[in-house]
Design a protein around this ligand. Structure first.
Ligand code: HEM
Length: 470
């Protein structure tokens, strides 16, 4: 409790002495009985209670996020289990045992706010770390790669997954039209149409930031890291049929499950690891290290465990604490410089811009977005703040990005990473999703699948032929 006009002790006294349960309007004045009970046959413009009520309701909704509009979340902490200070000097990654508060939001990338949570899609999992050197955000997704590497195509992608503007109905033609134009998207879609598209619960969802973030240690040495935040309980899924069954009974299944789980103390946990890329690796592999449509192979870039995330507190007010959360890839802390690729550069701008529109110019002052600690280094003479002395001497690396090489990692995923059962479910889900598209689009999609793997193309084409014949 704080008020600029009185000291805290007096404020506490005033609050204690205030009559409990007395109705008041927004300036604190009590409301009279007749103002509350009837407006009939009275001049309304002088009824402060009514005016307060209506004007507040008129403005009580902020606009929905332009993407990832549907979502829910919780709070908890990140705990360091392994020191990473030889790679990155960010203070929240130092000292084993150190805890940093976090906010998490799980979202649907395609489904609209208020709709079903159980559709097959590329879900978002965003994390805000309230570190002692400011806020660090990871607005991540459930796949370790992204759909496009050129930010120019992002808007086209978003329009492709939205409803048809004429009919306001889902339109599979638009999605597959997009895929045949930008086949690099297929790597992400294979994972989405295999099991990753419908998780068992939020607690079984992983989070990947997909960018190779440039970091530096105290000595100024540079590395690049990709975060992998993976559930303790394992990445688990629902089949299409299971999801359809649950959907019939509960559209908010995931949110309810997360809420109940935390309420009964069964806190969801994730392991936080990073893949580390050195400057020599960058010299050797070039732009491939920064291509967000590709993964960094784990055989060459193993995971280094650094900590865990536990979510142990439900929000008490969804609007104030989750809806008004504002994640931004540009929220970085000392030691983490951002990523050199163009998708990251576009995101730096897009999130802040969207939030200025969605939440207004004071977005960082909304309590859930406020940093917990602000550096307080002041000069000898009071009133003259000095700038923070950063030892960062190097800027972001300049990279040259080549045209995407689209199929090798998708082929690797199909051939070596998916199990036989996963492959079967992938065929079934692809057949289901592609069959409503036109013959022309279906044929082009099969051509792309053929370039990834002949068996994938054969199985899907076979399934499509029998579906069409029915
Ligand atoms: C050029 C590429 C991209 C652009 C322009 C873009 C833009 C946006 C915008 C404008 C928002 C809404 C922000 C808000 O209103 O708070 C958003 C939300 C989000 N984006 Fe992106 N995005 C891009 C790529 C990505 C990538 C690569 C990822 C994941 C690695 C991602 C994950 C998310 C998530 C999880 C949210 C929801 C955050 C929340 O829960 O509030 N986006 N994006």
């Amino acid at each position: 409790d704080w008020h600029p006009a009185v000291d805290p002790a007096l404020l506490r006294q005033i609050r204690q002495d205030s009559p409990a349960g007395l109705m008041s309007v927004s300036n604190g004045a009590p409301v009279t009985y007749c103002e509350v009970n009837s407006t009939l046959n009275k001049p309304l413009i002088r009824n402060s209670f009514l005016m307060d009520h209506v004007t507040s309701m008129d403005r009580e909704r902020t606009c929905v996020r332009t993407v990832h509009g549907q979502g829910s979340g919780a709070f908890g902490f990140f705990k360091v289990t392994h020191d990473l200070s030889h790679i990155c000097k960010a203070s929240f990654l130092k000292e084993i045992g150190k805890k940093t508060p976090v906010a998490a939001r799980f979202s649907s990338g395609i489904a609209e706010k208020g709709g079903s949570e159980l559709s097959r899609e590329i879900r978002g999992f965003a994390l805000k770390f309230y570190t002692d050197e400011g806020i660090f955000d990871i607005p991540g997704i459930v796949t370790p790669m992204f759909v496009v590497k050129n930010p120019l195509y992002f808007v086209e992608f978003i329009h492709a997954i939205r409803k048809n503007p004429a009919l306001y109905l889902a339109d599979p033609m638009k999605l597959w039209d997009f895929v045949i134009k930008y086949p690099e998207a297929m790597h992400t879609f294979l994972l989405m149409f295999a099991d990753r598209g419908i998780p068992l619960s939020f607690a079984n969802m992983p989070c990947y930031n997909v960018h190779s973030l440039q970091v530096e240690n105290e000595a100024g040495e540079v590395h690049f890291i990709r975060f992998h935040i993976e559930p303790f309980e394992g990445i688990k899924h629902l089949t299409t049929a299971e999801a359809q069954k649950i959907n019939a009974a509960d559209l908010d299944y995931y949110t309810r499950e997360l809420y109940n789980r935390i309420k009964k103390g069964d806190y969801p946990r994730w392991n936080v690891s990073v893949q580390i890329v050195s400057e020599e690796d960058v010299q050797k592999h070039g732009g491939l290290m920064f291509d967000v449509t590709r993964v960094l192979p784990k055989c060459d870039f193993p995971l280094h465990l650094l900590g865990e995330i536990v979510l142990n507190r439900n929000p008490t007010n969804h609007f104030a604490e989750i809806e008004q959360l504002a994640f931004c890839p540009a929220n970085l802390v000392n030691g983490i410089l951002g990523a050199p690729d163009k998708v990251y550069e576009a995101r730096r701008f897009a999130y802040a811009d969207a939030q200025l529109y969605r939440l207004g110019p004071n977005v960082q002052k909304i309590p859930v977005n406020c940093p917990l600690h602000v550096p307080t280094e002041y000069s000898e003479s009071p009133g003259e703040p000095v700038s923070y002395e950063s030892t960062n001497k190097r800027g972001l690396l300049k990279i040259k990005e080549e045209e995407p090489y689209n199929y090798d990692q998708a082929a690797e995923l199909y051939e070596n990473e998916l199990t036989g059962d996963e492959r079967t479910r992938l065929h079934e889900n692809l057949i289901l999703a592609i069959s409503p598209a036109s013959e022309f689009v279906r044929e082009r999609v099969i051509e792309i699948l053929e370039m990834i793997h002949p068996d994938l193309a054969y199985q899907v084409a076979k399934g499509l032929t029998s579906t069409m014949a029915e």
